[in-house]
Every structure is written in structure tokens, then in C-alpha cells.
Design a protein around this ligand. Structure first.
Ligand code: TYC
Length: 117
């Protein structure tokens, strides 16, 4: 770094004192950290997909244990739908695609959707 005269002796600064460079005024600039939007992944109820299949899907793709999976499956069964996880857009999109593909391959009508939180 090159030392300027003003750095050695501030009185040598060629910037005149004024309202915009009063060193006694500290202006706070808020650091704006941007958080990515989150997406709820939901499972929908239907009359045909076996309960055990839904429990298996929750264990396999959402890392839930058997008890958690059974509880969420029952919530979907009783209420029509439930949020099974909240993720970034890309992860949510992948989960939905995995569940839809797995269900289709097993010929079950289970539906999985995502929605911005
Ligand atoms: N309603 C289904 C049944 O009685 C079970 C079920 C639960 C289906 C959750 C889908 O997302 C679902 N076999």
C-alpha cells in the first residue's frame, strides 16, 4: 500500500471538512443478507395408495423414522394433506420428482406437490 500524506498526518488531507465527511458521524449500513426462499413439500391423500407404501416413501425420501413416518401418513389420511418437509427450491423439486416417479413405478396414485412458504 502506498502511504498518502493524509494517512501520515490527517491535517494534510486535501478533503475539506464538511457535513458529508464528519468523522464523528457514524452512519450504519445494514448488511443485507439474502436468504433463499423455502418450499413446503406436501403429500396428498387418496383412497388407493396403501398406508404402508406412504410410510415407506416418507422413510426413504424424507429421512424420517418409522414412528414419524406413520404419524405423518395418518395426518395426511385424516386431514387430506400434510407438509412433510421444507427445502430450497432445487431440493424440494427433487423430492417431488422422486416421490412421483416412485409412486408411478409402483402404480400408486400418490401425489406430492410443493408450494412456496
Ligand atoms: N388413504 C389411504 C388409505 O386409506 C392412505 C394414504 C395416506 C394415502 C396418505 C395417501 O398421502 C397418503 N389406504
Amino acid at each position: 500500500m502506498t502511504l498518502s500524506a493524509a494517512m501520515i498526518d490527517p491535517k494534510m488531507s486535501d478533503t475539506p471538512a464538511g457535513p458529508d465527511n464528519d468523522s464523528s458521524i457514524l452512519t450504519k449500513t445494514k448488511p443485507k443478507t439474502q436468504r433463499p426462499p423455502l418450499y413446503k413439500v406436501m403429500l396428498l391423500n387418496d383412497d388407493f395408495t396403501p398406508m404402508e407404501f406412504v410410510v415407506h416413501v416418507l422413510e426413504r425420501f424424507f429421512g424420517l423414522n418409522h414412528a414419524q413416518s406413520f404419524e405423518i401418513m395418518l395426518t395426511v389420511h385424516k386431514k387430506g394433506l400434510a407438509v412433510v418437509g421444507v427445502f430450497s427450491f432445487e431440493i424440494a423439486e427433487t423430492k417431488v420428482a422422486q416421490v412421483m416417479d416412485f409412486s408411478r413405478r409402483h402404480q400408486h396414485p400418490l401425489q406430492c406437490t410443493m408450494e412456496k412458504e
